[in-house]
Write a protein that binds this ligand. Structure first.
Ligand code: ZN
Length: 309
């Protein structure tokens, strides 16, 4: 059973169900719910051995609490390990200013993919995220912005219908309310469980960015490890200013696939943030500890009220 087995009416459902999720937002306040962003797993541990986390790069065992305090950057080798969407938001925004944007997208399983719904439900409980991207409004050094953070902890941050809709909605609300957009990408690409409908999100999100841009909106994107596939080929690479975290893997297909396709060896460091900065694709590599400061400065420089035309 795939899309081909569906009737026209069933297919139309996928198009209409999405738009009904986001009511027309005339007032910003109507669309936001205040949330406290905290890690799901923050429970008081009983006395016992210190919990350790292995660095994804140097493989050294580091105490989990040290790692978290260090924004998941390895104190030994400086590798930027994966960070949850909630923790990223907490590290980026001024305390107490983040409000999640309400955008409930009903679950759909267009290919009748086995166990897909159970998988999503389990991930929602485990990660505290509704889907692969967290969107909301917050202040960064006193500058109000729409903030969208992809969570690689949610099915590799893969983009399906819900992620596409949330990203689009974030740009639409930002556009109406004249807010800049600050996006953190982390994604394995399109979500295979949703077939071609996930690929369509590339066009949809790209169009949303274009509309936002046509109206003079500022879009700052930070590419984090890994940003690949359909996300790198759509809204991740359409920013006005493109930042990246050190060592992040950024590309479309994996290096092995490219090598097999073109029959050539790829250059050293290909698809890393550093390589892309050198070749003009990334504007600046910013360590995680400085990200809030740098993004805050960018927003301040582009403040609408500051330079009235
Ligand atoms: Zn390390």
């Amino acid at each position: 059973m795939g899309l081909l087995g569906k009737t026209k009416a069933e297919l139309a459902k996928y198009a209409t169900v999405l738009r009904s999720s986001g009511k027309e937002n005339s007032e910003l306040n109507d669309d936001f719910e205040p949330v406290v962003v905290r890690e799901k797993t923050e429970k008081k541990k009983e006395e016992g051995p210190v919990e350790m986390t292995a660095c994804s790069s140097c493989k050294k065992e580091i105490s989990t609490s040290v790692m978290k305090k260090n924004l998941c950057v390895c104190p030994e080798c400086g590798a930027h390990n994966k960070i949850s969407a909630a923790r990223r938001v907490r590290n980026m925004v001024d305390p107490g200013t983040f409000r999640k944007l309400k955008c409930k997208v009903p679950f759909v399983n267009p290919l009748d993919y086995p166990d897909y719904e159970e998988k999503i439900t389990k991930l929602q409980e485990k990660t505290g995220l509704e889907e692969g991207v967290l969107i909301g409004v917050g202040e960064i050094h006193g500058q109000k912005a729409m903030i969208a953070v992809m969570g690689s902890e949610f099915l590799m941050g893969s983009m399906g219908i819900a992620v596409g809709e949330k990203v689009t909605y974030a740009f639409e609300v930002a556009d109406k309310n004249k807010l800049p957009v600050v996006m953190f990408t982390a994604s394995g690409g399109a979500r295979m469980q949703e077939g071609i409908l996930s690929l369509m999100q590339m066009a949809k999100t790209s169009a949303a960015v274009q509309r936002f841009s046509d109206h003079g909106g500022l879009y700052v994107v930070c590419l984090t490890h890994p940003t690949t596939g359909g996300v790198s080929a759509s809204f991740a690479t359409l920013g006005d200013i493109t930042l990246a975290e050190p060592g992040a893997l950024i590309g479309f297909a994996g290096p092995r696939v490219i090598e097999q396709t073109i029959g050539q060896k790829l250059p050293e460091g290909f698809q890393t943030a550093e390589y892309l900065e050198e070749h003009g694709f990334v504007d600046q590599i910013v360590p995680r500890s400085e990200m809030r400061e740098v993004v805050g400065q960018i927003l301040k420089l582009h403040e609408r009220k500051r330079w009235p035309l």
